[in-house]
Design a binder for this molecule. Structure first.
Ligand SMILES: Cc1ncc(COP(=O)(O)O)c(C=O)c1O
Length: 397
């Protein structure tokens, strides 16, 4: 019999040749513990998922209570299930009144698939616009709107009619026309290395969409549920999207995604022909119960309101000549080294020292910092001192 590590490599299909391969046995709050009892401070939240940290008691209680009532009953959309109905109603209460209907799916990628299909069906148009260095998921439709060719090329042909524009470039917005079904954009780019656009860019984008009838989809899968200092990142920029995709932190640690739009728009999926977007497990009752409990904890404690102060502390403490820039908003940050090798070594060294940081898909020179929103000053100070000592050891400076 192999060790668990051998079985991990032997039986699980791998996503890369170099998985992190930490063997974690439990997680509580900000801390993960491995098989040797070594503790790791989580500075990435499982990539923007664990916004409340791990094992929040209210969330665990809600999952257990729902499990005692029922788990899966029927494919999404057929039965009236209390956990789904309550969660949908609460989610809609967070958005402007025009966004009053939510379609539940299982993941971020599926939310993007649903949103793109919805825009095509509603507008009767075929062209979709996205942006350079955008990441919207890994399924065929989501891959088609990815703003990086390396990951796309082996899987062609992808969706036709995709145009990729430069991010944060007002002039390029003119490419959005009456042929465009929708524009999909991350209000703050995640995998591009945490890029915050100008308010004027997003305002102009919204205006061009309104003028041409193209639907504006903001992908809040990574930015949502408090990560950037507001409940959703579009709120920073004074825009109102037509469709919002959500996922990641939405389920309080369980898998769920969704897309939110006006009822008049979203209903086109249910007619002519009906069953326009079918999902067996979408809006699984356990995930809805968990997500609702997490949302109530988040809103009651208003963790997002403290995110700006915590961002400031990271910015103050992470100072070293090898750090060229810190980008981002709230607790969605990128530490830019402008040197891929140093960045990679620093990430590895931090991990060895018990601090979990990470990299970005399309920005190999930056280190990701996106801790659970519950992180406190003491842990931020500890994390920053470890990161700085790792950089010092690597640069002898
Ligand atoms: C902005 C954005 N959209 C979509 C996705 C895809 O979500 P999932 O991995 O749940 O399919 C991600 C995942 O990282 C993301 O960051």
């Amino acid at each position: 019999m192999g060790t668990q590590k051998q079985d991990f490599y032997g039986f699980l299909a791998q996503t890369s040749k170099t998985p992190v391969a930490l063997e974690i046995v439990r997680a509580k709050g900000l801390w993960l513990e491995d098989t040797n009892g070594k503790k790791y401070l989580d500075l990435i939240s499982g990539i923007a998922v664990s916004n409340l940290g791990h094992g929040n008691p209210e969330v665990i209680k809600a999952i257990k209570q729902q499990a005692d009532k029922h788990t899966h009953l029927m494919v999404y959309g057929e039965y009236i299930q209390s956990a789904q109905v309550q969660f949908a109603k609460r989610i809609c209460s967070l958005f402007p009144k025009t966004l009053n209907s939510v379609y539940f799916v299982n993941s971020g990628s599926e939310a993007v698939e649903g949103a793109l299909k919805l825009a095509k069906k509603y507008t009767g148009r075929k062209e979709i616009i996205s942006f350079k260095n955008a990441y919207h998921g890994s399924t065929h439709g989501a891959l088609s709107v990815m703003g990086d060719d390396t990951l796309k090329t082996p899987y062609g042909p992808l969706l036709p009619g995709i145009k990729i524009l430069p991010y944060n470039n007002i002039k390029a917005i003119q490419k959005i026309t009456r042929k465009t079904a929708c524009v999909i954009i991350e209000p703050i780019q995640g995998e591009g290395g945490t890029r915050v656009p100008e308010r004027s860019f997003l305002k102009a984008l919204e205006k061009q969409c309104r003028q041409t009838g193209a639907l504006l989809i903001t992908d809040e899968i990574q930015t949502g549920f408090g990560r950037t200092g507001k409940l959703f990142a579009f709120e920073h920029f004074g825009i109102t999207p037509d469709i919002i995709t959500i996922g990641k932190a939405m389920g309080g640690g369980l898998p769920i995604g969704g897309f939110v739009a006006n009822r008049k728009i979203i209903q086109v999926l249910s007619d002519n022909p009906p069953l326009g977007h079918i999902t067996t497990f979408g809006g699984h009752p356990l995930c809805c119960a968990s997500g609702l409990a997490a949302l109530e904890v988040l809103i009651k404690a208003k963790y997002y309101e403290a995110a700006a102060g915590k961002e400031k502390l990271f910015r103050t403490l992470l100072k070293h000549s090898a750090i060229k820039e810190i980008r981002g908003m709230g607790l969605m940050l990128a530490v830019e080294f402008n040197n891929e090798e140093l960045c990679k070594k620093a990430i590895d060294k931090c991990l060895k020292k018990g601090i979990i940081v990470d990299w970005f898909l399309f920005c190999p020179t930056a280190m990701r910092i996106a801790p659970p929103l519950i992180i406190q000053e003491k842990e931020i100070k500890h994390a920053c001192s470890v990161i700085i000592s790792a950089i010092k050891e690597l640069t002898s400076n």
